[in-house]
Design a protein around this ligand. Structure first.
Ligand code: AN7
Length: 361
């Protein structure tokens, strides 16, 4: 195991991954093989712009800076470590893209094989590239995420393969670390916690994480949990499964969330809500955060769209501390960014031409 500080200077803190950093809260023993890519320890970025806009103190928990570019790494380090401990040689998952990227990477690190089932044509290219490059067996279906998950559950029941979707409790265990990091970084719990909701595992995990810190008297208050689905894929908001979910935010294009009930519980127990934001709202939020320095993926931007919606409704009080989780990196899907921008001009390779084009002359 590696040390906490630089062996040369004794200074810089070497982040060891969420299992080591929060070992006493994780279901691991001395003999559990820890499969890690040093996930977690992601930045909590104060947003001056969004703070001014809302009259709150707004912080962005940028989980796009995880090793595979999304929060899924927090759960996958746990799920794959436990699968390895149990002697599994193969794992399987359904995915809108990020889970498959993380499963592929952690399985590769562990020397295990990964099978991933994804909805054809509905996952971002970068995510597909990740699954392929890490050597996962990628299967596409003419169907959606919910159908892929049904297949995977069946396979896990009948075949020698471990399911690593968030119905695997170790995934949620690992993802609780997001809440602990927020508190450890802020020095308190936020008043309001805003995040996207797809399969609803992450909101379940954050709420558990906050509640555990609260039970242990590390924090003396709990945040109000505000979850946001995409309007075309908002079963929890509608109170009914959506058979054909549709949204530009493909990561949360899910019509029958596995952790549905826990998401409702998180919202109710915290005095919060699960609401929907439209694709245009998500797109506008995506542009807004990008123009202020953070490139988050479309689904992540639902939390920013949600923040703006909360402001609009008058659900924020001045001076509140708000954390918005940005769950994945914008580079996963550069097509959106490019399609939304003018093509760069081409000039002769001369400084003068560049100066003129840049408006410096
Ligand atoms: C960027 O990868 O479901 O509510 O299969 O990739 O815990 O499902 C991804 C979900 C939010 C929603 N933001 O989280 C998958 C998958 C991003 C995501 C969510 C996902 P959950």
């Amino acid at each position: 195991m590696s040390s906490l500080t630089s062996p040369v200077t004794g200074q810089a803190h070497m982040w060891r991954g969420i299992i080591e950093e929060y070992r006493d809260r994780m279901p691991v023993s001395e003999t559990t093989p820890i499969v890690t890519l040093r996930e977690g320890g992601t930045p909590l970025i104060h947003s001056e712009y969004l703070s001014e806009l809302t009259g709150c103190e707004v912080h962005l928990k940028f989980d796009g800076s995880n090793p595979t570019g999304s929060f899924k790494d927090r759960g996958m380090t746990m799920a794959i470590s436990k699968a390895k401990e149990a002697g599994a040689e193969a794992v399987i998952c359904a995915s809108t893209g990020n889970t498959s990227a993380a499963a592929a990477a952690y399985a590769a690190k562990a020397g295990m094989t990964a099978g991933v089932i994804v909805p054809k044509g509905k996952i971002a290219l970068g995510k597909l590239a990740q699954a392929l490059v890490h050597g996962a067996k990628v299967i596409q279906i003419d169907g959606n995420f919910d159908q892929a998950l049904t297949i995977c559950r069946e396979l896990a029941d009948t075949e020698p393969v471990e399911l690593v979707n968030s119905v695997n409790p170790y995934r949620i265990d690992g993802q609780r670390s997001g809440a602990w990091e927020v508190v450890d970084q802020l020095g308190r719990a936020p008043d309001v916690h805003v995040m996207p909701v797809g399969n609803a595992g992450n909101i379940t995990a954050y709420w558990r994480g906050y509640r555990e810190y609260h039970a242990d008297k590390i924090i003396d208050q709990l945040p109000v949990m505000r979850g946001y689905q995409a309007a075309g894929a908002a079963p929890i908001v509608l109170g009914a499964k959506v058979d054909k979910p549709e949204t530009i935010a493909t990561a949360i294009r899910i019509g029958n969330p596995a952790s549905w009930q826990w998401a409702v519980e998180a919202a109710e127990e915290s005095g919060g809500s699960i609401r929907a934001v439209t694709d245009p709202q998500i797109m506008a939020a995506f542009r807004l955060v990008a123009r202020h320095g953070v490139f988050a993926e479309m689904a992540s931007s639902a939390s920013i769209a949600g923040l703006l919606e909360l402001k609009e409704r008058g659900d924020l009080e001045p001076g509140q501390t708000v954390v918005c989780v940005l769950t994945g990196h914008g580079l996963k899907d550069p097509e959106w960014a490019i399609s939304d921008s003018d093509e760069p001009v081409t000039i002769p390779p001369e400084a003068e031409a560049a100066a003129i084009e840049l408006g410096l002359r």
